[in-house]
Unconditional design. Structure first.
Length: 257
């Protein structure tokens, strides 16, 4: 048996993504907000089983009623008692590691363990992408900008104080590497223009994430800590947190694959 066939399915996915990425190459770099030449296409981040969830958390999901979730929800390794959503709020399956939590839960600790492992693998993949096309764009303020596909890297917080637009084709991939916090101001939006798809937008955040009141967000958030959705905020994407997710009457819609 080859060494590759002995790898777990999650490790095979990561190895395949890294090999594909290594074959693609990179484009020119924009530093501190400078405009770069058109970047080379990037491989999407493979989410594995985590891609079947709209919300996945390691330490629980709080909720101010009523939120509306389109897609699966889960928490692991914490007990299902830490999932505070109610069954009518979720158009999908609520997974738990035990029999605690909402009355409609499906208990599947093995599946959740794999999905959480895949979150960690996806986070490491996104964080480990090299040769960024843009470094510290806008000194961390991207509100008001129109961005094209590529790999973006910041050593600072990233703020979205006004609307930001992501424009491109249906196959364009956006990967945002953020070493500190991501903060979106209230009533502002991440806008997808052209044929950009939310499933191809990835926000890797080493700090916490705060989506402001009635703001709208697009893409998958891979957070090493907490994701906080403020009152009335919406997202077309996924909330994949390695600590907690907090909801306050939010709408979360898993993107179409």
């Amino acid at each position: 048996m080859s060494s590759f066939t002995q790898l777990s399915p999650s490790r095979k996915r990561l190895l395949g993504a890294l090999l594909a990425f290594g074959m693609i190459g990179v484009g020119s770099i924009g530093v501190g907000g400078a405009v770069a030449a058109e970047p080379a296409p990037r491989a999407a981040v493979d989410l594995g089983e985590a891609g079947t969830f709209a919300i996945l958390s390691k330490s629980g999901i709080t909720d101010v009623y009523a939120s509306a979730i389109s897609g699966n929800v889960g928490a692991s390794p914490i007990s299902g008692a830490a999932i505070h959503l109610t069954c009518p709020e979720v158009d999908g399956t609520i997974y738990s590691v035990d029999a605690e939590g909402p009355s409609c839960i499906v208990t599947d600790a093995t599946y959740l363990t794999e999905a959480v492992s895949d979150v960690e693998i996806a986070y490491t993949d996104a964080a480990g992408r090299t040769t960024p096309d843009f470094i510290n764009l806008g000194a961390g303020e991207i509100g008001g900008l129109t961005l094209t596909q590529g790999l973006y890297k910041w050593g600072t917080d990233v703020n979205i104080s006004t609307d930001v637009t992501l424009t491109g084709t249906a196959d364009d991939v956006f990967i945002f590497q953020i070493s500190k916090d991501l903060v979106q101001a209230s009533a502002q939006s991440v806008i997808l223009a052209g044929d950009v798809q939310a499933k191809n937008v990835f926000w890797q955040v080493a700090g916490s994430v705060a989506i402001g009141t009635t703001a709208h967000f697009e893409g998958t958030i891979l957070s090493q800590t907490m994701i906080a959705m403020k009152t009335g905020a919406t997202i077309n994407g996924r909330l994949l947190a390695q600590t907690a997710v907090t909801l306050q009457s939010n709408t979360v819609t898993a993107p179409v694959e």
